[in-house]
Write a protein that binds this ligand. Structure first.
Ligand code: ADA
Length: 557
């Protein structure tokens, strides 16, 4: 369904007041795309209407899959309301009338306003621009009455190897259905099954001898083709295990060292929509940096990015949508329900991607506030119960007072010594202090990731003082951080520098006043993905630490 849809910007109105037949669709807008990333609608916040038409085919089940609506949407099929969605960054499915024939009309009303009632996960002080639109692809699925809703595959044992395949089947049938599973073209399982209800989950453990494992160094991907009678679904997967043992994060039983960055899905030209070209450009930049790790901050990532990380062997920390909620916000039931739904959607989006080795949530929430303790526990346990195959964590910026660190599988600390407070010379002491405090609060030794650290640099600002906002200050700070973590301490599991590239930030004055140009300027690249001085410094370090070059960077005087 991707392409140019009819479009009309309706403005700051109540969506319930919209009369579909009165909308004059006189413009065109791309889907996927963010309408407020275009010059004409830059900065606009209100209701936008998208419309497309599609030839319908006879089917037993018709589902509209919206890849990501930002950040509230209301869907109509042939003028009949099909449902609403909110939050963005995750796929939303709408069951449409399967008996409709001929040409079908789909209208999506999209609201990019910040509205805690309709879209509780978005707050106007979150430090990224909340673009609006239909930011990821749209598909119309027309399937048989008995069809496959989802296939989940995880590694039960890397040594045989053995996989567990879980097939969700919708629809009822009076006669047995035939389930068949092929891996890389070879049939590995076939059976007849009598379905027990309108939604059945069939789980089978299957030995697949000879399949090669997935890791960052050898990112082997396999294809599973699952058929149920006339329906089929193909899913890629990898054979790999993830575990925490003492202070180490193990992939396939081997300790990993994570050399990474935080990456927003945001570009100054396309908003949250990532073209194929942008994804490949960013992955080339990650390769130039020598990165083997990306934290997809601060919301569920585009599955297309995960597919590329699977293929290229880049480890991923994926997390729910969240940013510095306080105790009152986090303990609000409406917000918590939205956060738990987001956790379920995150698990569904990441499940078959071997690159995702960590699940996160609740970035920098007020974890020192007793009001946050139970909500954090509920969300982390929801992630664990939905996906027991991956460790869970959250990025904590209260390492000395956090009440939730005993709940994580991996300690992750956001800390900005030398930027928000103190000077570069104090970084080693401050890092050691933060790590010691977090370990004390966690009550046990765990793998430690510095999940955010960095400095702002205005592109091109080179000044003899080499002070804050200069490119030199940023590269000096990061040099000090990496030298201390990996040469002096050499006991950290990983580092995710904040951040990959400069991005537009929220228009909230509270944030804007500390964000020159209206951007978060802590990128190693500018907003057009052009390298700053620090990009080269980090690349020298990561290439050395990953063994690609023999000599460490020279000490900065
Ligand atoms: C926090 C937050 C990031 C960003 C960063 C900064 O750590 O998690 O999203 O806002 O601060 O740039 O200050």
């Amino acid at each position: 369904m991707d392409g140019f849809w009819s479009f009309s910007y309706l403005g700051d109105i109540d969506p319930d007041s919209v009369r579909l037949e009165s909308i004059a669709f006189q413009e065109w807008m791309p889907v996927p795309g963010c309408f407020d990333a275009t010059p004409r609608y830059a900065g606009c916040r209100g209701i936008a209407a998208y419309r497309t038409k599609v030839r319908l085919h006879p089917c037993g089940r018709r589902v509209l899959q919206l890849g990501s609506v930002h950040h509230w949407g209301s869907v109509y099929f042939n003028k009949q309301h099909a449902g609403t969605c909110s939050g963005g960054f995750v796929q939303q499915n709408f069951i449409l009338d399967k008996d409709a024939r001929g040409i079908g009309e789909i209208i999506v009303l999209v609201d990019n306003r910040i509205d805690p009632r309709r879209s509780p996960l978005h707050l106007d002080n979150c430090d990224w621009y909340h673009y609006g639109g239909i930011a990821r692809s749209v598909c119309l699925v027309e399937a048989p009455e008995v069809s496959i809703d989802a296939v989940r595959i995880h590694t039960q044992n890397i040594h045989v190897p053995t996989i567990t395949v879980s097939v969700s089947v919708v629809g009822i049938s009076s006669k047995p259905i035939v389930l068949q599973i092929e891996v890389d073209g070879n049939t590995v399982h076939k059976e007849s099954i009598l379905l027990s209800g309108t939604l059945s989950t069939i789980e089978r453990s299957i030995d697949v001898p000879g399949l090669s494992t997935w890791s960052s160094d050898s990112p082997n991907i396999h294809a599973a083709r699952v058929t149920v009678d006339d329906d089929e679904l193909i899913e890629s997967f990898g054979i790999r295990s993830v575990a925490v043992v003492d202070q180490q994060l193990l992939v396939n039983g081997c300790p990993v060292q994570l050399l990474g960055v935080n990456r927003h899905e945001s570009s100054i030209q396309f908003g949250h929509t990532q073209t194929d070209s942008l994804l490949i450009e960013d992955l080339h930049r990650l390769d130039q940096l020598g990165c083997n790790f990306v934290r997809t901050s601060h919301y569920p990532p585009d599955p297309r990015f995960l597919t590329l990380c699977d293929k290229l062997g880049i480890y991923v920390w994926a997390e729910t949508t969240s940013w510095q909620q306080n105790g009152e916000q986090l303990s609000n039931q409406h917000y918590l329900n939205a956060q738990l739904d987001c956790a379920d959607s995150l698990v569904a989006a990441c499940y078959n991607h071997p690159s995702v080795i960590l699940l996160g949530a609740l970035n920098e929430v007020a974890s020192h506030d007793v009001l946050c303790r139970t909500p954090i526990e509920l969300v982390l346990n929801r992630l664990r119960s939905s996906d027991p195959t991956r460790p869970v964590t959250f990025a904590c910026n209260h390492p000395s007072t956090c009440l939730a660190l005993p709940m994580v599988d991996v300690i992750a600390i956001n800390v900005y010594p030398g930027w928000y407070d103190g000077e570069i010379e104090e970084i080693p002491t401050e890092l050691d202090r933060a790590i010691a405090n977090a370990e004390q609060r966690a009550g046990r030794k765990l793998p430690v990731i510095i999940s955010e650290i960095g400095a702002g640099a205005i592109p091109g600002w080179r000044d003899s003082h080499n002070g804050r906002w200069s490119e030199r200050y940023q590269s000096n700070l990061l040099d000090k951080v990496i030298r201390h973590l990996f040469l002096v301490r050499n006991d950290c599991t990983g580092l995710a520098i904040w951040q990959f590239c400069d991005i537009r930030t929220t228009e909230s004055p509270k944030i804007q006043l500390s964000r020159p140009r209206g951007l978060n300027n802590k990128g190693l690249l500018d907003e057009y993905r052009r390298p700053k001085e620090a990009f080269g410094v980090v690349a020298e370090w990561y290439q050395y630490l990953s063994g690609k070059v023999k000599q460490p960077p020279l000490l900065k005087l």
